[in-house]
Structure formats: C-alpha cells, structure tokens
Write a protein that binds this ligand. Structure first.
Ligand SMILES: [Fe+2]
Length: 114
C-alpha cells in the first residue's frame, strides 16, 4: 500500500506482462493513456469500451484533421440506436420514403454499398 503519489520513469522502455489478467483502476479520478506517437489497443476477442454513467451523455470522440472510424473485417458493421432506441446498422439500414406526389407508394432505398 502506497499512501502518496507513486511514479515509474524509464529512460528506455517499460513492459508489463501478465499470464492471466491485468487491470488498472481509479476510484474517482481520470485515467489517461497518452502516446507520444501511435496508440495501439488490441484484443484477441471482444473489445468493449463503455461509460458506466447510465449511458447519459456518453460519447466517444475522435478529433483531429482526417479522423476516421473504420471496421475492416468481413461482415464488420457499425450500429447505433436512434431516438426511439431502434438499432440502426450503418451498412444494413434502409430509408422509407413517403408516397410520391401522385400518391404512388415508393420503395424504401437500399443500404449503401460503397
Ligand atoms: Fe442512410
């Protein structure tokens, strides 16, 4: 137990390796991971990023010129819930259309393909 601040500094590399689990927790403070170059986060299995604040005001922000989000695996998709709580899949949703000026039923538009 350390009752004050604690810091580890290396003029070269620091590595942590656990055969089983590794966790880092703050009780009330901010957790920061800051890279002077690239930040790579990888998982062999499911990777979850979640705000525990009841989902209220939760946001995930990518800022900077040229920011983008991509899902590159076959079958990858991005899904978000609309204001009614309906999950809308980016590459699988359709757009219903109102009838045209003559009252003819219009088919929904298809999901984007590119
Ligand atoms: Fe759309």
């Amino acid at each position: 137990l350390i009752r004050g601040d604690y810091a580890v500094t290396s003029l070269k590399n620091i590595s942590l390796l656990a055969k089983d689990q590794l966790s880092a927790t703050t009780i009330s403070g901010i957790m920061s991971y800051i890279s002077g170059s690239k930040l790579n986060m990888k998982s062999v299995n499911t990777m979850t990023i979640k705000s525990e604040l009841l989902g209220i005001g939760s946001s995930l922000t990518f800022s900077g010129i040229g920011s983008s989000i991509s899902a590159s695996g076959i079958g990858s998709t991005v899904t978000a819930k609309n204001g009614l709580g309906v999950a809308i899949e980016l590459t699988g949703h359709i757009h219903p259309q109102p009838n045209d000026a003559d009252g003819d039923v219009q088919l929904p538009t298809l999901a984007p393909i590119a």
